[in-house]
Design a protein around this ligand. Structure first.
Ligand code: ARG
Length: 243
């Protein structure tokens, strides 16, 4: 390993710049200490990215920003890849390419424990909190005819922490967000719970610039090796222990 790096062109020679939004535990979060391998960050994406960079013979550089900015960075040539629990969808495939999927995500609904919201249908007419630029926002803000709840009923926050805070303060009736971060936020905020019904099933993958097949192929080869030797599963198990 480390062979591929010799021929791989990245934005800054010898480096693999990853744009992310590190307000999304357990995928990426700012560390209290040095972080994983001194990166200052920890989480599933951080550890997988580090392992990928090693395989490619590149130094991992993490650039933390808002989620919508992290998606744009890869499109504007500011980062080599966006790794941020990014769901593959058709809109995004127009503007960027994706690697093979490395994890699954599920959109869930967080409500106060005493909420009258029991099913997805009950979200109708409620104020829904989301994180800006995410699939949770896209689904919920869609028209009723398309299965959404209307843009006027959805509030987009900078990140999941702000959305959860708004729910705690009663500014929204619920928050729609990915399941693994939802579990973490509910653990940290007594009085909240997650509805049993799932909103949507999704695949997470790494986004690269449209047409950057060299990097896409190199990442796919490295991902396949990390799948085959159990590295990816053990990273996921470390952060999401089986019940
Ligand atoms: N999976 C969702 C999406 O792709 C949310 C991802 C948010 N990630 C983050 N690091 N804040 O839209």
């Amino acid at each position: 390993s480390g062979e591929e790096g010799a021929t791989l062109t990245t934005i800054e020679s010898g480096k693999l710049i990853m744009s992310t939004n590190a307000q999304f535990p357990p995928y990426e979060l700012v560390s209290d200490g040095e972080g994983y391998e001194g990166t200052g960050y920890e989480g599933i994406d951080v550890e997988i990215a580090y392992a990928l960079a090693q395989k490619l013979g590149l130094e991992l550089v993490i650039d933390d920003m808002d989620f919508d900015g992290a998606l744009l960075a890869v499109q504007n040539g500011k980062s080599d890849m966006v790794m941020a629990g990014v769901t593959v969808n058709e809109e995004r495939l127009v503007n960027m390419d994706f690697t093979d999927s490395y994890a699954n995500g599920v959109q869930v609904v967080i409500v106060p424990e005493d909420s009258d919201i029991q099913t997805i249908e009950d979200l109708e007419g409620k104020k829904i909190g989301t994180q800006r630029g995410t699939t949770g926002y896209l689904y919920c803000s869609d028209t009723v005819e398309n299965g959404g709840f209307g843009e006027e009923n959805v509030v987009a926050y900078d990140d999941a922490i702000a959305a959860t805070q708004a729910l705690n303060n009663g500014q929204v009736d619920c928050v729609v967000i990915d399941s693994a971060p939802a579990q973490e936020y509910v653990k940290a905020n007594p009085g909240l719970k997650i509805l049993d019904t799932e909103f949507a099933n999704e695949d997470y993958a790494i986004g690269v610039a449209k047409g950057n097949t060299a990097l896409q192929d190199a990442l796919n080869t490295a991902l396949a090796e990390l799948q085959a030797d159990g590295t990816i599963q053990s990273i996921i198990d470390k952060y999401i222990p089986a019940e």
